[in-house]
Design a protein around this ligand. Structure first.
Ligand SMILES: Nc1ncnc2c1ncn2[C@@H]1O[C@H](COP(=O)(O)OP(=O)(O)OP(=O)(O)O)[C@@H](O)[C@H]1O
Length: 251
C-alpha cells in the first residue's frame, strides 16, 4: 500500500485561478520522489495540501490508506508525527532565541511525545552528522549547512515515515549542497522522501522517481533516470535544456 496517495487533486486560492489541476501521485514506503517544476508551478501549494494546511477543492489525499482530514484531530496529531518538513532557508526556519536542544525538541513537545528527550535529541544530532555536544549552542553559531542539519534533526527526531523537503538545499553553496544531498540520501533509507526542487540535477542525484509539474498539472512522471534520458513532454525537454552544463569539453 502507498504511504501517500494524492488522487486527482485540484486546488485554487480563494478568488484565484486553479493552481493545481487533477494532480495524482503516489509515494510508497522508502520511495524517493522528486517534484520538479518552474517557479509558480504549484510545488509548495501541493506540499501545503499534503500537510493538511489547506484542503483540496476536488480529489483526495490519503496517508497510510486514511483520507487526510484536518478536522480529525487525533488523526492529524499522529500524521504530524509521521510527516515532517524541511524548508529552504536555514536562517529563517530556526528560532534564534532557542538553543539547538530546544529547537530539535519542538516536535517532541508539541506532539507530547513521551520518553528520553535528551537521548532522542542526541541521536538526531548524530544522525545528521553533528556532535551531540552542540546541543547547548544557538543558531547564529552555525554555518548555513550546519543550520540545515539542525533543521533536518528537528524533522527526524520524532521518527517520521515521510520527510518533505521544500527546496531544502537551494539556499546552500555547491559543496554544502552536495553534503546535505548525501545526508538526505542516507536518511531516505529509513523513510520516504518527497523532495521539491526546481533543480533537476539535485533530483537526479537523490530521487529514484520524478514528477514534473507544469502550471499545476503533472505532465510527466516515472523513473528519474528513464525520464531524464528520454523526456517525452516538451516542458520536460525545455527544463532539461535549461540545466547549466557543468561538464567542460576538451579542446
Ligand atoms: N497564499 C496564496 N494566495 C494566493 N495565491 C498564491 C498563494 N500562494 C501561492 N499562490 C500562487 O499559486 C501559484 C503556485 O505557487 P507555489 O508557491 O505553489 O509555486 P512553486 O512551484 O512552489 O513556486 P516557487 O518555486 O517559486 O516556490 C502561484 O501563481 C502563486 O502566485
Amino acid at each position: 500500500m502507498s504511504l501517500v496517495r494524492i488522487d486527482r487533486v485540484s486546488f485554487g486560492y480563494a478568488g484565484g485561478r486553479p493552481v493545481l489541476e487533477d494532480v495524482s501521485l503516489e509515494i510508497g514506503p522508502g520511495d524517493t520522489v522528486g517534484l520538479v517544476g518552474e517557479s509558480g508551478s504549484g510545488k509548495t501549494t501541493l506540499l501545503r495540501l499534503l500537510l493538511g494546511l489547506a484542503r483540496p477543492d476536488r480529489g483526495k489525499i490519503f496517508f497510510d490508506g486514511t483520507p487526510l482530514d484536518p478536522g480529525n484531530r487525533s488523526f492529524m496529531r499522529d500524521f504530524r508525527r509521521k510527516a515532517q518538513i524541511v524548508f529552504q532557508d536555514p536562517y529563517s526556519s530556526l528560532d534564534p532565541r532557542q538553543n539547538v536542544s530546544a529547537i530539535i525538541a519542538e516536535p517532541l513537545r508539541s506532539l507530547r511525545i513521551a520518553g528520553d528527550h535528551a537521548g532522542m535529541i542526541s541521536d538526531a544530532l548524530e544522525a545528521v552528522g553533528l556532535d551531540p555536544n552542540v546541543a547547548g549552542r544557538y543558531p547564529h553559531q552555525f554555518s548555513g549547512g550546519q543550520r540545515q542539519r539542525i533543521a533536518i534533526a528537528r524533522a527526524i527526531v520524532a521518527g517520521p515515515k515521510l520527510l518533505l523537503a521544500d527546496e531544502a538545499v537551494s539556499a546552500l553553496d555547491l559543496t554544502t549542497r552536495v553534503r546535505i544531498v548525501d545526508l538526505m540520501s542516507k536518511l531516505s533509507r529509513n523513510m520516504s522522501l518527497l523532495f521539491v526542487s526546481h533543480d533537476i540535477g539535485v533530483v537526479a542525484a537523490l530521487c529514484r522517481s520524478i514528477v514534473i509539474l507544469e502550471s499545476g498539472r503533472v505532465v510527466e512522471a516515472g523513473d528519474t533516470a528513464a525520464v531524464l534520458a528520454d523526456p517525452q513532454h516538451p516542458y520536460t525537454q525545455r527544463l532539461l535544456g535549461s540545466v547549466p552544463r557543468l561538464v567542460f569539453e576538451e579542446h
